[in-house]
Design a protein around this ligand. Structure first.
Ligand code: HEM
Length: 188
């Protein structure tokens, strides 16, 4: 009897230990929830949480991203008459640059909010890529131009919270967005 009790006791305590270790283990670390999204559960959590700070400063961030992208890729300016007509001095205060930056940030906000529904997110990003492709001046390389500028914009918002951990999370996220948009550039 005692033996049975002790066996049950051991079994029970090992269940409790297992449950507790599962509790303390970071769920999903290193494991993608879905192979199509290059983030694990914790990275998605930290992205969604920190994005609230970025979104609060999205006016400033969007402008920084667009300015940085145009500075680093001067060839981009020539592709759109509405941008190429602006002087260097006019760019930072241009309502059109503000409009473009806001479109991008509103869209990223929507994507981050809906990462739980990847089918929908991927379909929207592919469609968006197709819209950019249909402008007939944009190439996939032009979309990649936003990668470094986006990270600079996020860093500006998160300031010293933008550690290597967040750099990796945001980098994985923007690469996912760009790669998915670029799929929409395929002949259609
Ligand atoms: C993360 C990447 C990007 C996202 C999420 C994004 C998002 C958007 C969205 C939502 C629109 C509005 C589409 C519509 O409703 O018609 C748009 C339009 C546009 N985007 Fe992007 N975009 C991205 C990258 C870029 C890049 C890298 C450039 C330029 C090099 C660019 C240039 C434009 C232009 C010129 C328009 C048309 C604006 C107009 O109507 O005058 N986008 N983008």
């Amino acid at each position: 009897m005692g033996c049975v009790m002790s066996t049950d006791g051991q079994a029970l305590s090992s269940v409790i230990r297992k449950d507790r270790s599962d509790l303390y283990k970071s769920p999903g670390v290193g494991d993608r929830e879905d192979w199509r999204l290059p983030l694990d559960a914790w990275q998605r959590f930290y992205l969604q949480k920190s994005w609230k700070t970025v979104a609060r400063k999205s006016d400033q961030a969007a402008r920084t991203v667009f300015l940085r992208m145009l500075q680093d890729n001067p060839g981009l300016r020539q592709k759109w008459p509405r941008i190429s007509l602006l002087t260097e001095e006019e760019i930072p205060t241009s309502p059109y640059i503000k409009f473009l930056g806001e479109r991008i940030f509103d869209c990223l906000d929507y994507i981050i909010d809906n990462l739980g529904d990847l089918d929908h997110v991927i379909s929207e990003l592919t469609k968006l890529g197709r819209q950019h492709s249909d402008m007939n001046v944009m190439t996939p390389e032009d979309v990649w131009a936003i990668e470094a500028a986006f990270l600079a914009g996020v860093q500006e918002c998160l300031e010293d919270r933008f550690t290597i951990k967040y750099e990796e999370i945001y980098s994985r996220f923007i690469v996912f967005v760009i790669e998915t948009m670029v799929i929409g550039f395929d002949p259609h």
